[in-house]
Design a protein around this ligand. Structure first.
Ligand code: UT7
Length: 345
């Protein structure tokens, strides 16, 4: 019998002794609400055009959650799909992590509400706030719990109802965002099919570039704060754009360096879906071929923490990613925060 060919990449965690623990992504799932909001409809709400939105962002439509559908509802739907694929029951879940900037309430956490909706009585749960970078942060944290033998089965969700914090009168931002959720099940499995490495970064000096100023302890809700529009999302687009391209490229390069791989070895690059021009710029700087890039920003806009989670599920579901393929996730968001992860699928 011939020995199997050596893998042409390095697993940076292999140097540590995890005593046989390996963490795999055993299932992914996503959910987007039914209601489609087209650029043509936005033309009637604010002074904009389909042509401007498509050429400056690549977005053609986005999804809007129903009035009575909140972040935990979308998160639960995505979770159920991921659990079905993984063959995991609610009783098996040890931990639920929800990455979101649009929780159902200030507290309790959306994770606790998802726990109730799933009936996952054994599971601990907490929310994670790293804006659009939350899903990679969540995968890395979930993996750490598994490698440290604390838990065997972790549910990581990125879910957002951004339509509730968008100012529908501000053309600079209202055309950009959408609602949705994506989820992944992480499990201790002998055959590792999961994160080889994850890079995470932050720069609080640029916190003001992208934020919701009101509603927290610095500026609690009042009739004045509502009148001043402080509960809406604000973004300095141009500066955010520049920071995004730079941080995403640096993080992706570092993740690939750790795994000793070239971009040509990556089957599918899944960037945060904020703007087609950012995706193209990042792809070009990394030396990726256009067909390596996964793009769904045209259909969903920017769904923040849900963005790469939905994209990963769609890439798997459509057969773009097969067992053994290398996948590169790369994200960027408010904080500022960023991250990149190499996955052996
Ligand atoms: O998820 C977190 C990460 N988010 C991002 O990374 C988003 C980063 N930023 C961007 O994607 C882009 O900066 C935007 C899409 C937000 C804006 O594109 P831009 O090419 O940077 O445009 P701009 O901000 O330089 O604005 C150009 C012009 C402005 O008019 P003036 O001041 O030049 O007269 C805007 O008022 O376009 C105007 N404009 C619009 N016009 C029609 C802004 N929004 C619109 C609109 N329709 N919806």
């Amino acid at each position: 019998m011939t020995a199997p060919a050596p893998k042409k990449f390095k697993n940076p965690r292999a140097q540590y002794n995890f005593q046989g623990r390996t963490c795999s992504i055993t299932g992914v799932g996503s959910y987007v609400p039914e209601r489609v909001l087209t650029n043509a409809e936005l033309e009637k709400r604010v002074e904009t055009t389909d042509e401007w939105i498509v050429t400056r962002t690549g977005i053609r439509e986005r999804r809007l959650a129903a009035k009575n559908e909140c972040t935990s509802d979308m998160a639960t739907q995505a979770a159920l799909r991921a659990m079905k694929r993984a063959g995991v029951t609610a009783e098996q879940l040890d931990l639920i992590i929800v990455a979101t900037v649009t929780p159902d309430m200030v507290f309790p956490s959306t994770a606790c509400l998802v726990q109730r909706k799933l009936g996952a009585r054994r599971a601990a749960g907490f929310d994670l706030e790293a804006a659009c970078s939350g899903f990679i942060y969540g995968l890395e944290i979930g993996q750490q719990f598994i490698m440290s033998r604390t838990y065997d089965t972790v549910l990581v969700i990125g879910a957002e109802k951004l339509s509730t914090i968008v100012n529908w009168k501000d053309r600079n931002t209202c055309v950009l965002f959408g609602d949705g959720a994506g989820a992944a099940i992480l499990q201790n499995r002998p055959q590792s099919h999961g994160l080889l490495t994850a890079v995470m970064g932050a720069d609080g000096d640029k916190a003001d570039l992208l934020c919701v100023p009101g509603g927290g302890s610095r500026c609690p809700a009042s009739s004045e704060s509502v009148a001043a529009g402080l509960h809406f999302l604000r973004m300095e687009g141009r500066e955010t754009f520049k920071s995004a391209v730079q941080a995403m490229c640096t993080a992706a390069a570092e993740a690939m360096r750790r795994c000793e791989i070239e971009i040509s070895q990556i089957k599918c690059v899944i960037p945060h879906q904020a703007n087609r021009r950012i995706i193209d710029a990042v792809g070009e700087r990394l030396g990726a071929r256009p067909e390596q890039l996964f793009i769904n920003v045209d259909r969903y806009g920017n769904t923040s923490a849900a963005s790469v989670a939905i994209a990963l599920d769609e890439a798997v579901d459509s057969g773009r990613i097969q067992r053994g393929d290398l996948v590169l996730l790369v994200v960027f968001g408010g904080g500022l925060t960023w991250g990149a992860a190499v996955i052996e699928w």
